[in-house]
Every structure is written in structure tokens, then in C-alpha cells.
Ligand binder design. Structure first.
Ligand code: ATP
Length: 336
């Protein structure tokens, strides 16, 4: 079966790492037809916005997009394109698969964690206002519906991937109503998945346990703000943003994107590490059902990392983005 996918190259290093991901996915022989569209800085002059309506329409039509990093212009009145996309397309689950890869410097071994972050509410709803001149108030929204929905997503993922445990992360000891509702809602969903262990941690203790014994954790499910922070923490456990893929999933569509930003200072220099973007493409392949193709890409990456001849400077090598990508494709053709 063939799929049409929207490809958004993005800003800064985006075009380089997107092209890498596109080449590797094409080499996997997954039947994907790419529809490329610009969003981000390049659109502002022409359309007056980094996220023109036709981009949203195209993603809605194709249902799946692979997206490079997009810069949020600071102080120009534009909202984050990433946040806007999640909101407009109701991409309620932010999912990061984070695991140790061969020869990627990390203080830990055997980390294999999926962070499932609620993507639509909590303090991220951005409902805030000044109270007089010298105080500001920000409102945290947690609903049963959104909490159960993300809980179900986490347990379904655990079941699908044969994972054993889901840990609910919260601060219900202090925010008894809001985080209490999140905890209660996810726990109520857990009853439908008796084969999967369900426990919970207070977010501060969770952070300590993650840096002490990360290999003990499996799937984490969190409200938006803790999810934002903890997902970067877990990315740090396995080698940082250069190797952290991401997915934003909704009922009717999904946008896959690396966790890192547009790194403008190394843009256009063939220095960017393409792995986070390629691994986001791997997540996309699995989502579309191209499991064998995804595994082929993973094997190609592992081969190149083990061999260490073609790795980018951030990983301690001297290779360029393009050469590392060529090496992955070469390894895939030898394996496949
Ligand atoms: P933005 O403004 O879009 O968020 P940023 O550069 O601040 O961009 P981060 O992803 O937080 O975004 O990147 C921080 C730094 O990490 C970058 O400046 C760069 O030095 C490094 N970095 C991020 N991604 C990569 C990558 N794929 N390859 C190499 N270095 C990277």
C-alpha cells in the first residue's frame, strides 16, 4: 500500500536533515509519495505567517507529515509553529522513543523509555493574565476526557509494543484537584489492561529516579508541562537532542519531527546530525505499517554507529550530514 506524506523541510538545519531522512526512507523502499511544502521563516515574507493555511490543509488531506525543525521568531508576535500545529490538528499525544544507541556517548546503558506526553492542555493552554501590575496568573487546565485519552494511548502503545509497565507521573500530593484528576483518570483506564503493570511517581522523585536507575522504567505518561521537561531529561540520558525522535499523534493524523531545534549557527554547513530526523522518519514508517522498512533503517543506523567511520562532529566524528546519510543508505543496501 502506498501513502502520500507531507514533507516540511523546516528552518536552519531542517532542509539538510529532512533531505537525509527522505533519502533514507526512499532507500528503505517504503512506498511513500512525498508532497513537499514550506513552513517557517521562508513563508513569513510571502504569506505574512510561518504557518499558512494551505500547509495545514495539506497535512489534513495527507494525514501524515514529516517535519524539520522550525524556528519560532522571538519577539515578532508569532506563536510557535510547532505548538500551533499540535493545536490546530488536535495532535493530543507527544511521543518520544528514547533508547541507548551504539557508541552514542551516555552515562547509562540499557535505557529504553517511551515518554507519552499529553499535548493539548495543562499550563500549556497559555491562559494567563496580569493581576494588577505586579502579579501574573497562569491557569492550569486538566480534564478527565483528555487525561483518559492520553492514558489510553499510553496503555495501547504498551500493549502494541509488548511493554510491561506504565508509570503515571504527577504532583497530586500538592495539586490535589488537577493532578489528582490526571492520576485518577489514567488509573481508571489502567483497569482495562490487566497484563500491564501500572504505578505512579511524583514528578520530582521521578526525575531523581530517572538519573539514578533509568533502566527500570518503560512507558511514562505525563501531563503537558512535566512531559515537556521530563522528555528532554530522558533525551539527555541517551545522548541528547541530536538522537531524539518525536511524534505528535492525533485521532486522524500525525506529525513526526525531531526533538531538536533549527540550530541556525551550523545551518548549511553539512555539520548537522541527521539521526533524530531519520529516527522520526522510522517512527513514521512504523505508524504507517512499514515495520520491515523501519527495521532496515534502524539496522543501517546501528551499523554506521558501530563502525564509527561516518559520524557527525557532535558524536565525536568528522563526517558531514551527507556522508553519514550515504553510509546509512550503503549499510541498508548491504543488509537488505
Ligand atoms: P531553535 O531556536 O529552533 O529552538 P536551537 O538551536 O536553539 O534552535 P536546540 O535544538 O535547542 O535548538 O539546539 C541547541 C544546540 O544543540 C544547537 O544550537 C546545536 O549546537 C545543537 N544541535 C541541535 N540539534 C543538532 C543536530 N541535529 N546536529 C548537531 N547539533 C545539534
Amino acid at each position: 500500500m502506498s501513502f502520500k506524506v507531507t514533507l516540511i523541510p523546516g528552518d536552519g538545519i531542517g532542509p539538510e536533515v529532512s533531505s537525509a531522512a527522505q533519502r533514507v526512507i526512499t532507500a528503505s523502499r517504503a512506498e511513500i509519495e512525498w508532497e513537499v511544502v514550506e513552513a517557517g521563516e521562508t513563508c513569513i515574507a510571502q504569506y505574512g505567517t510561518p504557518l499558512p493555511d494551505h500547509v495545514l490543509e495539506m497535512i489534513r488531506r495527507n494525514k501524515v507529515a514529516l517535519k524539520g525543525p522550525i524556528t519560532t521568531p522571538i519577539g515578532k508576535g508569532f506563536r510557535s509553529v510547532n505548538v500551533a500545529l499540535r493545536k490546530q490538528l488536535e495532535l493530543y499525544a507527544n511521543v518520544r522513543h528514547l533508547r541507548n544507541l551504539p557508541n552514542i556517548p551516555s552515562k547509562y546503558d540499557n535505557v529504553d523509555i517511551v515518554v507519552v506526553r499529553e499535548n493539548t492542555e495543562d499550563l500549556y493552554a497559555g491562559i494567563e493574565h496580569m493581576v494588577g501590575r505586579d502579579a501574573a496568573e497562569s491557569i492550569k487546565i486538566i480534564t478527565r476526557e483528555a487525561s483518559e485519552r492520553i492514558g489510553r494511548y499510553a496503555f495501547e502503545l504498551a500493549r502494541r509494543e509488548g511493554r510491561k509497565r506504565v508509570t503515571i507521573v504527577h504532583k497530586a500530593n500538592i495539586m490535589k484537584l488537577s493532578d489528582g484528576l490526571f492520576l485518577e483518570s489514567v488509573r481508571s483506564v489502567a483497569r482495562d489492561y490487566p497484563e500491564i503493570e501500572c504505578d505512579d511517581r511524583i514528578v520530582d522523585a521521578m526525575c531523581m529516579h530517572l538519573v539514578q536507575i533509568p533502566e527500570q522504567f518503560d512507558v511514562l505518561v505525563l501531563p503537558n508541562l512535566y512531559g515537556d521537561i521530563v522528555s528532554d531529561l530522558v533525551a539527555g540520558l541517551v545522548g541528547g537532542l541530536g538522537v531524539a525522535p518525536g511524534a505528535n499523534i492525533g485521532e486522524t493524523g500525525a506529525v513526526f519531527e525531531p526533538a531538536h531545534g533549527s540550530a541556525p549557527q551550523i545551518a548549511g554547513k553539512n555539520l548537522a546530525n541527521p539521526l533524530a530526523m531519520i529516527l522520526s522518519g522510522v517512527e513514521m514508517l512504523k505508524y504507517l505499517g512499514f515495520v520491515k522498512e523501519a527495521q532496515l533503517v534502524e539496522k543501517g543506523i546501528e551499523h554506521v554507529l558501530k563502525q564509527r567511520d561516518y559520524i557527525t562532529p557532535d558524536l565525536g566524528g568528522v563526517s558531514g550530514t551527507k556522508e553519514m546519510t550515504d553510509a546509512i543508505i550503503e549499510a541498508m543496501s548491504n543488509i537488505g
